[in-house]
Design a protein around this ligand. Structure first.
Ligand SMILES: Nc1ncnc2c1ncn2[C@@H]1O[C@H](COP(=O)(O)OP(=O)(O)OP(=O)(O)O)[C@@H](O)[C@H]1O
Ligand SMILES: Cc1cn([C@H]2C[C@H](O)[C@@H](COP(=O)(O)O)O2)c(=O)[nH]c1=O
Length: 238
């Protein structure tokens, strides 16, 4: 059974960049790697609707925190079998955004902390009811909000298809979301966490992430996150 690592963080934190680098590094060592990203805008109707709502479509859909979270959750539920299969057939399963994104963004929108009703509701919905697989480790790419926002703006300037959506352009929401992520880490919510910082370029960040995740997983060799015994989540039930 492969190791499943979910990468989390603010919009523009560098999650996709880290996932790609981790996948490359593991593949170079001969590991089989399966990568996934949520929301699956083009592959799942729920994610597609959520993406359109983030850009202003579908009337007042975006204003409902729970409706948006249900759409993101149904997207993941639709991928649950694929993720289980990937775990059975690959050494390493990497996921760019996962259940904790729903917890962090929804709680931030509701102005709740990680001990609040919203985070408990996400756990009950996604893990307990929809049977979404629990990751072995979560990595928080923890960057200052201003840096993440600058990256989002610069990315949009060079790629018009990445126009900032309603969450990305809300600095106050991103700031609250960063706070909730820190609380989820402190509570070991859902699974153990490793935190990587913003003061490193992609290559150094990847090496740090690999070492920290290997440490969390208790694998023999530092940096080898694709094999060895995986520590199942010491989940905090909420
Ligand atoms: N460690 C890094 N150092 C410098 N620039 C980086 C780093 N990581 C990512 N970037 C740059 O920041 C921008 C955002 O990165 P990326 O797309 O990986 O973020 P993301 O967290 O996946 O964003 P989103 O959630 O909005 O899709 C990209 O232009 C990327 O090249
Ligand atoms: C998967 C997921 C995402 N979100 C939020 C986080 C982002 O602001 C947007 C879109 O994600 P992207 O990575 O910028 O494409 O949606 C969420 O609230 N819940 C989720 O499960």
């Amino acid at each position: 059974m492969g190791v499943m690592v979910a990468v989390e963080g603010l919009d523009g934190a560098g999650k996709a960049t880290l996932v790609a680098a981790l996948a490359d590094a593991a593949a170079r060592r001969g590991a089989s790697v399966s990568t996934h990203a949520f929301p699956r805008y083009d592959a799942d109707v729920h994610a597609g609707l959520a993406g359109e709502a983030l850009h202003g479509a579908h009337g007042d859909l975006r204003s409902s925190v729970h409706a948006m979270a249900v759409l993101f959750a149904l997207d993941r539920a639709g991928a649950a079998a694929e993720i289980r299969e990937a775990r059975n057939t690959h050494d390493l399963v990497l996921v760019d955004r996962y259940v904790a994104s729903n917890a962090a963004y929804g709680a931030a929108r509701e102005e709740q902390d990680a001990d609040g009703e919203f985070v408990a509701w996400v756990h009950a919905l996604e893990i307990d009811r929809l049977g979404v697989p629990t990751p072995d480790v979560q990595v928080l790419v923890r960057v200052p909000g201003e840096l993440a926002a600058r990256r989002v703006r610069e990315r949009a300037a060079s790629d018009p298809s990445r126009t900032p959506d309603g969450y990305e352009s809300d600095a106050a929401l991103q700031a609250r979301c960063a706070q909730v992520y820190d609380e989820l880490v402190a509570r070991t919510w859902l699974a153990p966490w490793s935190v990587v910082g913003a003061d490193e370029g992609p290559a150094a960040l990847t090496r740090t992430a690999e070492s920290l995740v290997a440490e969390r997983l208790g694998t023999g060799s530092p940096g080898d996150i694709s094999s060895g015994s995986s520590v199942r989540s010491d989940t905090i039930e909420t």
